[in-house]
Write a protein that binds this ligand. Structure first.
Ligand SMILES: [Zn+2]
Length: 150
């Protein structure tokens, strides 16, 4: 799927689900390269996983006067994921994980917020120095919760 096909198809689905704060290129920046490997678009059938994650991200976004969320990394195809050193079973491959920053917030405060969310028992939560990883593993049949990092 080309970058423009992905944007057209994905943004139409997001709009149909009343998602206005997240876009196709935030979910997958098709064509981004890392170490010479080009990020491919996901199958549109996986978008349901992204929509479940968006429910969580919208909740995080609404905290603190709706300070925006920046997406460092959302979808990774398996080859791209392997190239950047992601774990082989990474939730990023499912579309159900994102590495995020909330403007004006420290990553640890974002992680604390998510760890107190209504979905906390279904989530994976990774604490890193410059971002927070959140995924919906328990909503797609994987063991949950999971916590790691400092
Ligand atoms: Zn991650």
């Amino acid at each position: 799927m080309t970058r423009s096909d992905w944007v057209t198809l994905c943004d139409a689905r997001l709009k149909g689900c009343d998602v206005t704060n997240f876009s196709a290129l935030e979910i997958c920046d098709v064509g981004r390269t890392a170490y010479g490997v080009c990020l491919s678009a996901p199958s549109i059938e996986k978008l349901g996983n992204a929509l479940q994650l968006i429910d969580v991200l919208e909740w995080v976004r609404r905290a603190d006067g709706e300070a925006p969320i920046l997406i460092n990394s959302w979808y990774r195809d398996p080859e791209y994921n392997e190239t950047i050193g992601g774990v082989s079973h990474s939730m990023h491959i499912t579309l159900g994980a994102a590495d995020i920053v909330k403007v004006g917030w420290s990553p640890s405060d974002v992680a604390d917020l998510i760890d107190d969310s209504p979905w906390k028992k279904q989530l994976g939560l990774g604490r890193y120095n410059s971002f927070t990883h959140v995924d919906v593993r328990g909503m797609i049949g994987r063991p949950a919760p999971a916590r790691w990092g400092n």
